[in-house]
Design a protein around this ligand. Structure first.
Ligand code: ZN
Length: 281
């Protein structure tokens, strides 16, 4: 295990453009339940999952009803503001600060990467603290809109201050397409990177799952010496994909990742940062 952490630290130091993909496993150590694990939100309440499949349809059919529903019940994720980033989040922020990790693409909506100090975050499935315009994709801090007050005054749904379009929660609901700007930027990052760190996600939910698979397909031309002493052009993978997960995943089994560092991200990432600093010193 220590060898693999050392190897990852070396790969990071040698990388030109590293990015990180993160998922629910990253935040469980902060006390946020995942969705499909043994004590996941959907596992414990399958009816809530069925209802969640209707949410986006409700928004499209009747945005006012959608907002009434959202403002009448408790949040599925509990009180996110009281939850704190864990050492894994801080370690990724440090890797950005060191100039190594250029972008974090996260499936989490909890805003913990931003709170730990990471600046360049793509919220692939949206951000629980933001609202998004269904028409122009502009995001707003939800605190800018006094939603309970709008509800009292019969002014729902909230409207975009840029274009007047209808606002929804920034969170991407079931059956809702990934916002086009984030989807496009994420593809570009996956296409550009030469190192991908996958933290706390089995990457089985599409289209997020395409990102490591797309990166894996990329090849670079490589010169190699043949028996005759000549150089021939061959192809080799353009990306090193390192997985940090509690258990092997389809990425491990399908050979998408180069190697798996098995454990908790909150423990492994800080160790990796420490090893990296040792190499750079
Ligand atoms: Zn707008």
């Amino acid at each position: 295990m220590e060898d693999l952490i050392e190897r990852a630290a070396r790969d990071l130091v040698n990388s030109r453009y590293a990015i990180a993909l993160t998922g629910a496993g990253m935040s469980t150590e902060s006390g946020i339940p995942d969705f499909r694990g043994p004590s996941g939100v959907w596992t414990k309440d399958p009816d809530a999952e069925k209802r969640a499949y209707q949410t986006y349809h409700t928004f499209l059919a009747n945005p006012k009803d959608y907002w009434e529903e959202r403002l009448s019940g408790p949040s599925l994720l509990g009180d996110l503001e009281a939850i704190k980033p864990n050492p894994g989040h801080y370690a990724l922020a440090e890797l950005e600060n060191e100039g190594i990790v250029k972008t974090v693409i996260t499936q989490n909506v909890d805003n913990l990467h931003q709170r730990a100090g990471t600046k360049n975050v793509l919220d692939y499935h949206g951000n629980a603290f933001k609202l998004r315009c269904a028409q122009c994709n502009a995001r707003f801090d939800s605190k800018e809109y006094e939603l309970p007050k709008l509800r009292e005054e019969g002014e729902l749904p909230p409207l975009c201050r840029k274009c007047g379009g209808i606002l929804k929660a920034d969170i991407v609901h079931f059956r809702e397409p990934i916002p086009s700007d984030v989807a496009q930027q994420s593809l570009e990052e996956a296409w550009k990177c030469d190192l991908m760190l996958i933290c706390g996600t089995s990457a089985v939910v599409y289209p997020f799952a395409e990102l490591p698979r797309l990166a894996r397909q990329r090849k670079v031309e490589k010169e190699s010496r043949t028996e005759a002493g000549l150089y021939a052009v061959g192809e080799s993978p353009a990306v090193t994909i390192i997985e940090l997960n509690a258990e092997p995943t389809p990425l491990t089994e399908d050979g998408i990742s180069d190697y798996l560092i098995q454990g908790k991200t909150g423990q492994m990432l800080p160790k990796m940062v420490e090893a990296l600093k040792g190499i750079r010193r």
